[in-house]
Design a protein around this ligand. Structure first.
Ligand code: UT7
Length: 323
């Protein structure tokens, strides 16, 4: 008998404003062709001036709760993965807690940049398995448009805003890899690579700052580390690539997604790809892809899913779960 953290509901929210690649041609020396061929991105959503990360997170949370047939009052905890919280403090998670009418339990943010949702899932799993919480709302939400240097064509065309959420609930499983729920997690970080991807502002500078990235270097680490962590997580669950129904990867670059699937020997027909429609939404990208994968009819009950992500830190990791 094993306690498993099982997904009971999923949902997402994307801001209304859609910005196609051609918009950037007006202000930058770039082209739709370059952005598509180098990243796979065709469009992205940007939050309205009065929309914050916690607003996006709340909309996604409400949809996930609705799909689970539960309310905020039913939750024991909220973990919100974000690097773009509305304020330095309090956490965006407590703002969502208030917005969804949850007056007990606890809520906190997790900051692991693009790997944030994988870190948040892993933390939620630990809370559930250890008996500290029975139901946890896990959210990834970002407004990366607020961190862009609009004169830097190598970064500002890549990112977008959005949010996704899942409701996890404790269920008793048989302790085998046929159980539903989270089966294994694998997390890593290596601070030696902090200069590859960072924001040049914060409390120490008195500014919000803008995103800086050595794209080629991050790309190289991503291709190498993502397949490695996904294999490690599968191995911990006693599974192999052959057992995988869906890879639900972090959506940063179609070339990274394809290279990782190739290394894992999983055909692209078994990979959920949303990067063309949303760009890189950092911690929101995996829950967005999970929600859209379900809506498209790709992901179904009992499917074996591997999620993997890498981002600033560097921080990376993978979670294996049965839907
Ligand atoms: O989610 C967090 C993790 N982040 C990632 O996973 C991102 C990882 N990196 C990448 O996805 C890719 O490295 C990029 C999409 C960022 C860039 O693709 P690339 O194939 O590595 O291109 P590059 O940086 O080597 O640039 C090639 C050329 C350069 O020109 P030169 O030096 O060859 O003359 C760039 O200046 O493309 C130029 N370039 C652009 N040209 C038109 C860079 N950005 C643009 C642009 N439009 N927007």
């Amino acid at each position: 008998m094993t306690i498993r953290a099982v997904v009971k509901g999923v949902g997402h929210y994307l801001p209304e404003r859609v910005v196609p690649n051609c918009e950037f041609e007006k202000t930058l020396d770039t082209s739709d062709e370059w952005i598509r061929s180098r990243s796979g991105i065709e469009r992205r959503h940007f939050a309205a001036p009065d929309q914050t990360t916690s607003d996006l997170a709340t909309r996604a949370a409400e949809k996930a709760l609705e799909s689970a047939g539960l309310t905020g009052a039913d939750m024991d905890a909220i973990i919100l993965a974000t690097s773009t919280a509305d304020f330095t403090f309090p956490s965006a998670a407590t703002m969502v807690q208030n917005a969804i009418g949850m007056t007990s339990g606890f809520a906190f943010d997790v900051q692991a940049v693009c790997a944030g949702f994988v870190y948040a899932l892993s933390n939620a799993n630990a809370l559930i398995v250890s008996g500290q919480a029975r139901r946890v709302l896990v959210i990834g939400a970002e407004t990366f448009s607020r961190l862009m240097d609009w004169t830097d064509r190598s970064t500002c065309v890549l990112f977008g805003d959005g949010a996704g959420a899942v409701v996890l609930e404790a269920e008793i499983g048989g302790g085998t890899s046929t159980d539903r729920g989270i089966l294994s997690t694998d997390l890593h970080s290596d601070g030696r690579y902090r200069d590859l991807l960072y924001v040049d502002g914060g409390v120490s500078t008195g500014t919000t700052g803008v995103l800086r990235m050595h794209g080629k270097e991050v790309f190289r680490h991503a291709v190498e580390k993502l397949a490695e962590t996904a294999h490690a997580a599968l191995d911990k669950a006693g599974l192999t690539s052959d057992d995988v129904d869906w890879i639900v990867p972090h959506q940063a670059n179609l070339r990274i997604i394809t290279a990782t699937a190739q290394r894992m020997k999983v055909p692209m027909e078994r990979v959920v790809v949303t990067v063309q429609d949303h760009g890189n939404t950092s911690a929101a990208s995996i829950p967005l892809a999970l929600s859209i994968g379900v809506r498209r009819g790709q992901i179904g009950k009992g499917d074996l899913i591997v999620t993997e992500a890498i981002g600033g830190g560097l921080a990376w990791g993978s979670v294996v779960l049965r839907w």
